[in-house]
Structures are given as structure tokens and as C-alpha cells.
Design a protein around this ligand. Structure first.
Ligand SMILES: *Cc1c(COP(=O)(O)O)cnc(C)c1O
Length: 354
């Protein structure tokens, strides 16, 4: 007989995008930045000493670096091991009521995983047909709200007025704005922090700062919320930020010129890529992120996804209601996008002739 135990926590884990082992792939499936981190990040490695010792549990150097850069005080910033860690801590800290938390039906697929893990009731609010969020859906009683801006995997951004409408209607709970992609052209809700004490803005070094491998994320908000987050974090694991992440994250923040240059490069490539995709008849909502979410009127997304993979080009396909005919395509270098486009042209021409 199979061994059987009671009391085991049963969860359905989040499925991350594939990380293929081969070297010669064009990887447009996990929204990584195609450029390396700032050269100053690599230079800062020399300053990493003291690996023998525990890192600063408060990661003070990195926290103050982020706070200075954002014009905040250090008690308004919380850092974690990627924004996934920060968001998980936020769920644990702020979503403790009996009312369901709200997030969109099409969104970052980690939200329902954390809710299930922490036994938080939740209710998904459907996006409109055009994939925009309807703020009125978030005016019913709830235990908290979270949404990304721009949203993932759609790339659709929300204006400041709509965001404020949601925050204003929910001042008795915490509203989290997940700004993982905000540096690629959307407007940050940071300016609302002064007026609303119930907001947390979460950002990451993984996308716009090319440091997914270092795992650095942060939350910005009222110092009472930051204190609450730190209290939970110190009750779980004090030393989450390792010494290299603290030093290299700080170095990245200090290289503003490189940050501006590379994020502009990606936005320019994205705008050019949108035009090329239109020529191939693809349909997609306008994206303000480092990816586009595209559908072809004649050929199924799954078919394109599989054919691309055979050519060593990885994009993301979600076999989920409402989005199972879309591909999420990360913006890589111009050369990578050209290779992908020429694959698409050949594949679509071949299909049309049949
Ligand atoms: C990538 C992503 C994150 C998490 O990124 P980290 O690498 O953990 O910082 C969080 N939210 C959304 C919407 C993302 O796409």
C-alpha cells in the first residue's frame, strides 16, 4: 500500500516559463532583458567581501540606494528576493481577512497560487473584452486588491485616474500595484503614496534592470506598511538578501545612464516590432511592457508556438480560458526579433498556400 500521511499541505505550484538548456536558442518566453546588466554591476563584484559573514538583514545599503533614487525615506522601502518574494510577503502580511481579495481573471498566474498556499479567499474580476480593467468591479466589499500595471500577460496599462479610483474606493484594505513592467512606458502610481496610506507599489530588478538572475525586488509604501512587512519577514527568515545582491543591486541603481539607454532600446524595438506584426495580420492590444500579446486570425497560437520551438525560438503559450489563442512574445534584441519575424513569414506563407 502507498504510504499515506495526513496533514500534508497540498498545493498546485506556479509553472514558470521553460529555461531550455541549449545555448543557441532565441529566448522570448520569460520576459528577460536581452541586454546584460550595467557594466558597473559587474565591476561592483570586486567590492563583495565578507561572504564569511551573514549579510545585513535590513539590506540597508540597497534599501537606501532605492529610497534615494525614488525620493523616499528608507523606512518606506522593503526589499526581497525578487518581487515574487516581496509579493508573497505582502499576501502573508496584508491579506488576512475573511472577505475575498480581488484580482483580474487574466493576470500574473502566481496570485492565485499564493492565495491558495496561504488559504486566502479570492475572487477574480473579469477584464473587459479589450483586456482593460474596469475599476467599478473593485468597488464591492473585499479583503484587498492586487493587479499589475501594465497587466501581464496582456501588456495593457491602466491610467493613473483609474488606478486612483480603485485605491480611493478601498481605503479600509491594502491595494498592491505590481509594477514589474512599469519602466517600459506606463505611469507609476508612486505619486499616489503621499495621498493614500493603503497603497503598496512593487517593482523589480528582473526586467528593466536585466538582473533576473540576482533576484531583487522591492515594495514602496507608507512606513507603517513597510514595518508590518519587515515584522513578518523577520518572523520567517532574517537573511533573505544575500551580500552579492545587495552590492550589485546598489551598483545598478547608481548607473542611471545605462538604465535609460537600455530601456529606450527595448521600447524602440517594441514599437518597430508592433508594426511588423501588423503587416503579418497579427492582432494584439497595445503593449506598454517588454512583450506583446498577439493572436493570428487564421493560425492557432498553439500551432505557431510549437513550430517556433522546433526552430529553437521560445515564446510563451498559456492553455487557459480566454487567452488560449494568444502568444506572449518577449521583446529581445532587434536581431532576435528579425529572426523570429522571418520564421513567422515563412510559416504563415506555408500555411496560406495549403
Ligand atoms: C516577472 C514578474 C514578477 C516577478 O519578478 P521577480 O523576478 O520575482 O522580481 C512579478 N510580477 C509580474 C507581473 C511579473 O511579470
Amino acid at each position: 500500500m502507498e504510504a499515506y500521511w495526513n496533514n500534508i499541505r497540498k498545493v498546485v505550484p506556479y509553472t514558470p516559463g521553460e529555461q531550455p538548456k541549449e545555448k543557441n536558442v532565441i529566448k522570448l518566453n520569460t520576459n528577460e532583458n536581452p541586454y546584460p546588466p550595467s557594466p558597473k554591476v559587474m565591476d561592483s563584484v570586486k567590492e563583495i567581501d565578507r561572504l564569511r559573514m551573514y549579510p545585513d538583514p535590513a539590506a540597508f545599503e540597497l534599501v537606501t540606494g532605492i529610497a534615494d533614487y525614488k525620493g523616499l525615506s528608507s523606512d518606506q522601502v522593503f526589499v526581497g528576493v525578487g518581487s515574487d518574494d516581496v509579493l508573497a510577503m505582502c499576501f502573508l502580511t496584508f491579506f488576512n481577512g475573511s472577505l475575498p481579495i480581488f484580482f483580474p481573471d487574466i493576470t500574473y498566474s502566481f496570485y492565485d497560487v499564493w492565495a491558495d498556499l496561504f488559504r486566502i479567499p479570492y475572487e477574480c474580476q473579469p477584464l473587459r473584452e479589450d483586456f482593460t480593467i474596469d475599476p467599478t468591479d473593485y468597488k464591492k466589499p473585499n479583503g484587498g486588491v492586487i493587479f499589475p500595471n501594465p497587466n501581464a500577460p496582456t501588456g495593457v496599462d491602466m491610467g493613473l485616474l483609474d488606478i486612483e479610483e480603485i485605491i480611493k474606493a478601498n481605503q479600509d484594505v491594502i491595494v498592491i500595484v505590481d509594477e514589474a513592467y512599469v519602466d517600459f512606458g506606463a505611469v507609476s502610481a508612486q505619486c499616489l503614496l503621499d495621498r493614500y496610506k493603503n497603497v503598496l507599489i512593487v517593482q523589480t530588478f528582473s526586467k528593466s534592470r536585466s538582473m533576473a538572475g540576482m533576484r531583487i525586488g522591492y515594495a514602496m509604501g507608507d512606513k507603517k506598511l513597510i514595518k508590518a512587512l519587515n515584522d513578518v519577514k523577520y518572523s520567517f527568515n532574517s537573511y533573505t538578501m544575500n551580500q552579492p545582491s545587495i552590492v550589485m543591486g546598489k551598483a545598478s541603481i547608481l548607473d542611471e545612464e545605462y538604465f535609460q539607454k537600455t530601456r529606450k532600446e527595448i521600447m524602440d524595438t517594441r514599437e518597430w516590432f508592433k508594426e511588423e506584426m501588423k503587416k503579418l495580420s497579427f492582432l494584439f492590444p497595445d503593449s506598454k511592457a517588454n512583450f506583446i500579446f498577439a493572436s493570428h486570425p487564421k493560425i492557432s497560437a498553439k500551432e505557431i508556438f510549437e513550430a517556433a520551438k522546433k526552430e529553437n525560438i521560445y515564446v510563451r503559450y498559456f492553455n487557459k480560458p480566454r487567452i488560449d489563442n494568444y502568444l506572449r512574445i518577449t521583446i529581445g534584441t532587434r536581431a532576435e526579433m528579425e529572426t523570429f519575424l522571418s520564421f513567422l513569414k515563412t510559416f504563415i506563407d506555408g500555411k496560406m498556400q495549403k
